[in-house]
Design a binder for this molecule. Structure first.
Ligand code: PGA
Length: 240
């Protein structure tokens, strides 16, 4: 695993944006796997600036997002579709018809998961997947468990994830209890992966990942089987 240690959040954000920009320049019609949460917000701000300055164009880019709450309307301000529009899509020259987020209102969420993976396959797969990590080691909404599911699927959120995400909602009770998420296999099928991590509260999960073993109790450790992962981490989230 490549590890890039950054001084702070801003440096991590700029570094990740550089990697995405390089991907877009190398392959203008690439498929980007995108993530939500506090961690990538600064990266998106950098990408918007690079688009506005003319350094990069999203005209031919396709995006597929990692996950979405279930059930939740895409117009809800806490939905990940709303997040993506707000932080990136509304500010760059991307064709929104080529931006995909799992449908938080799907009548049949199991089928939505299967269709989502088939859609990714039909795009030729993901060139570069962006990930954050949960304090409990989750990636996407693949939560610690006795087993993990390879494909995109509907999952129950753990109490710790509901509590961590309650800061975005009016109350803990209003956080959806389920989500649609790419599975570990969907994530690992990306050709390149960057994992962004900021903050001392993520250090335990990062150090578990860097031990190099694989356990379903820390889903991020599955990244150890992938050949092209770059961890971009702030110095307070890693012991050296
Ligand atoms: P955060 O979430 O970026 O809001 O910390 C990351 C995650 O839970 O995967």
């Amino acid at each position: 695993m490549n590890v890039i240690v950054c001084k702070n959040y801003d440096e991590m954000s700029a570094c990740a944006a550089e990697i995405l920009a390089a991907q877009i320049k190398e392959k203008p019609n690439c498929v980007l796997g995108l993530a939500t949460g506090s961690t990538p917000e600064g990266m998106y701000a950098n990408l918007v600036a690079k688009n506005k300055s003319g350094e990069i164009s999203f005209a031919d880019v396709t995006s597929v997002n990692l996950d979405e709450y279930y059930p939740l309307e895409p117009t809800n301000e806490q939905s990940y579709r709303y997040f993506m529009n707000y932080h990136l899509f509304d500010h760059v020259n991307i064709d929104k018809a080529k931006t995909f987020v799992p449908n938080g209102l799907a009548a049949d969420p199991a089928k939505e998961g299967q269709d989502y993976d088939a859609m990714i396959d039909s795009l030729g797969g993901i060139d570069l997947q962006v990930l954050g990590i949960g304090r409990n080691g989750h990636i996407g909404f693949n939560e610690p468990d006795s087993y993990l599911i390879p494909g995109t699927h509907v999952t129950d959120l753990t109490p710790s994830t509901i509590a961590a995400n309650a800061r975005f909602f009016d109350s803990e009770e209003s956080v959806p209890k389920k989500a649609l998420t790419m599975g570990i296999g969907t994530i690992l099928s990306a050709r390149k992966i960057i994992l962004m991590v900021s903050g001392a509260d993520k250090k335990a999960a990062v150090m578990k990942l860097l031990e190099g073993n694989i356990t379903t109790e820390c889903p991020a450790t599955f990244l150890n089987v992938h050949k092209n992962v770059t961890l971009i981490v702030t110095e307070d989230a890693i012991d050296r």
